[in-house]
Design a protein around this ligand. Sequence first.
Ligand SMILES: [Zn+2]
Length: 125
Amino acid sequence: MTDPLLTIGEHVRELVEINGDGFWSPCSGCYETEDGYPVGSYPHSAVLRCVLGGGCSECGGIGAVWDNTDYADMAEWMIRQDRNRDNVAKILIEHGKLPAYQAGEIADLIMALDEPDVTGDQSKP
Ligand SMILES: [Zn+2]
């Protein structure tokens, strides 16, 4: 007989892969951070693919919440704002409730998209 927990874990993993409209992220109620960095050591869930908080009423004790923020829409909004890497990261932390390391990575990606294309004529004579 199959272990029911493995079956549940497999099902959750499938949902995470199929649903492109969000992802699990650490619960802001029980995942404590300072300036976006965790203040304690929190376990990482391979099934939910995120770090888990200690569990609280906000997340129903799971330690993670489903994040379906429309980041494409947020990016559009940011385009209209004064953009630099720090501002973008700050917006992602404050409005997207992302941890600092994740906000920094996404801010880097967004800023890289702003860079002029350097793979063009410069390498050719
Ligand atoms: Zn919680």
